[in-house]
Ligand binder design. Sequence first.
Ligand SMILES: Nc1nc2c(c(=O)[nH]1)N(C=O)[C@@H](CNc1ccc(C(=O)N[C@@H](CCC(=O)O)C(=O)O)cc1)CN2
Ligand SMILES: Nc1ncnc2c1ncn2[C@@H]1O[C@H](COP(=O)(O)OP(=O)(O)OP(=O)(O)O)[C@@H](O)[C@H]1O
Length: 201
Amino acid sequence: MNDMKKAERERLAGLRSGITAEQRAAWSEAACVHAVRLLEKRGVDTLMAYVAFRSELDTLRLLEWGFKNGKTVIVPRCNPEDRSMELYAITGLDALIPGAYGIMEPNPAAAERIELRQVLPQAVFVPGLAFDGAGGRLGYGGGYYDRFRARVEQAAGLLDEPVPPWIGLGFGMQLVESVPMEAHDARMDAIVTERGILITP
Ligand SMILES: Nc1nc2c(c(=O)[nH]1)N(C=O)[C@@H](CNc1ccc(C(=O)N[C@@H](CCC(=O)O)C(=O)O)cc1)CN2
Ligand SMILES: Nc1ncnc2c1ncn2[C@@H]1O[C@H](COP(=O)(O)OP(=O)(O)OP(=O)(O)O)[C@@H](O)[C@H]1O
């Protein structure tokens, strides 16, 4: 299984890094428009999103929509020691600094720490190398979002709130026939690409 995942990671990372900067910008903007439409339809006012690194789909337009419309925009900060993520609310991109793996992450000195048992995001945008039609996802292999999912489920139970939708965000070319999945892998409830919104079964 690990070899299968590793080979798929390399293949998809290669494919994604082949997208030109112009194409990436256009597809990212189109996908963010679909993502905003989904949030507006659901009346979301607290969202969590990643900040793109390497050749990931750029969430800039989504974050900006949140800032402009008074949404609580939550961005994770990862801790490689235990592969956990801490959450921070930010009100602008100036609160970001390079963190682990070179990912732009909230500067703890410039952002507000969010505890899940106080504020649960109403939608979680998840990065990935590949997704499939059944909500399968292939990440970089840290297990960050799978571990985080367990914490969200626990907090949702405590707060008596629904578990927020897990929304994969990626390019259409990252949609594959089938992603190798294991029992601990959290499934996406929806996948958003430049082509539109795919609600998974
Ligand atoms: N923008 C963004 N933020 C994110 C994620 C993400 O995928 N995208 N993550 C999603 O979980 C977490 C970070 N996960 C990461 C896991 C591994 C590597 C990494 O560099 N891995 C090496 C291979 C390591 C090895 O196998 O030895 C590599 O890819 O070269 C980077 C980030 C949290 N934040
Ligand atoms: N809930 C969890 N608790 C503890 N360990 C976990 C959990 N979920 C996954 N792991 C471990 O994390 C490692 C990586 O998992 P996996 O290959 O599914 O990562 P990924 O989903 O591709 O990564 P990421 O979410 O960081 O992009 C595996 O060794 C797995 O056992």
